[in-house]
Design a protein around this ligand. Structure first.
Ligand code: AMP
Length: 273
């Protein structure tokens, strides 16, 4: 595995690559969720590039940018063992310029749900993903459904900018009790870890209700609220696959989303119905 530090080095290497290239952008502190994306890329491509970059522009003031887990040595090992070809670990100074031309999230979708509670977050996400896709220039790029709104916005950006990359969406990887894997789970103390499973529990209940024939979004959300009572919910929402709010569940075209604080830790989860 080769470790590359600068955009110009990666671009040079990319030009010499033969065959298909898969790319997995991450912020590191790698877990089995990341690994599932990496393994899929390795299976589907001749070369796999993984990036680790804790992107400052997607954190709002007061969020956890400083304390976000950085596990560079462990991450290198995980990538090496998985069979990653190139690990791209740039520094902020090599990625950002002053007075940049910025990519921005669309006015509405960039500022509802996650974007409402983290205004500007998706501007930062799209800005960095746009840069990384240009630097790595992959045939395929892999993203998790865990960050469903992010995934949708990236697909839109790629479409709108006529970018020549296939965005591959990957299933959510969970702990045995249902908790979606996240780098932020390390913040949870044992009591919080216990409560954190309520997110996936509420989503499971919602899926069960749909299975039993309930399609009314209000009724489903009310049940979820009850399950989530012990923690501080930010939103429960039911949208279609284009992120339009749904009053009635459409099977095969719905996503149920939840965001909540467990102690000081903000967690998100969703289920595709
Ligand atoms: P992050 O390092 O949090 O920016 O995540 C990097 C990529 O991994 C994103 O595309 C995430 O959606 C994806 N990801 C994070 N957690 C999971 C998970 N539990 N299952 C599947 N994909 C995930």
């Amino acid at each position: 595995m080769e470790i590359v530090k600068t955009p110009s080095d990666l671009k040079r290497l990319r030009k010499s690559m033969q065959g298909s290239v898969g790319f997995v952008p991450t912020m590191g502190a790698l877990h089995k969720g990341h690994l599932s994306l990496i393994e899929r890329s390795i299976k589907e491509n001749d070369t796999t590039i993984v990036s680790i970059f804790v992107n400052p522009t997607q954190f709002l003031p007061g969020e956890d940018f400083e304390k976000y887990p950085r596990r560079y040595e462990a991450d290198k090992k995980i990538c090496e063992l998985a069979g990653v070809d190139i690990l791209f670990m740039p520094e902020v100074k090599d990625i950002y310029f002053e007075d940049e031309v910025k990519v921005k999230a669309p006015d509405v979708l960039g500022y509802v749900l996650e974007g409402h509670f983290r205004p500007g977050h998706f501007d930062g996400v799209l800005h960095i993903v746009n840069k990384l896709l240009h630097i790595a220039s992959p045939d395929r790029a892999y993203f998790g459904k865990k960050d469903a709104q992010q995934l949708f916005l990236i697909q839109q950006m790629v479409r709108d900018h006529f970018m020549d990359v296939e965005i591959v969406s990957c299933e959510i990887v969970r702990e045995p009790d249902g908790l979606a894997l996240s780098s932020r789970n390390v913040y949870l103390d044992p009591d919080e870890r216990q409560k954190a499973q309520l997110l996936s529990k509420s989503l499971k209940k919602a899926a069960k209700m749909v299975q039993m024939g309930e399609k009314n979004s209000q009724k489903i959300k009310a049940q979820m609220e009850e399950i989530l009572q012990p923690i501080k919910v930010e939103y429960i929402e039911i949208v279609d696959r284009n992120f339009k709010r749904l009053d009635t569940i459409e099977v095969g075209n719905s996503i149920i989303l939840v965001a909540a604080y467990v102690g000081d830790t903000r967690l998100i989860d969703n289920i595709w119905i």
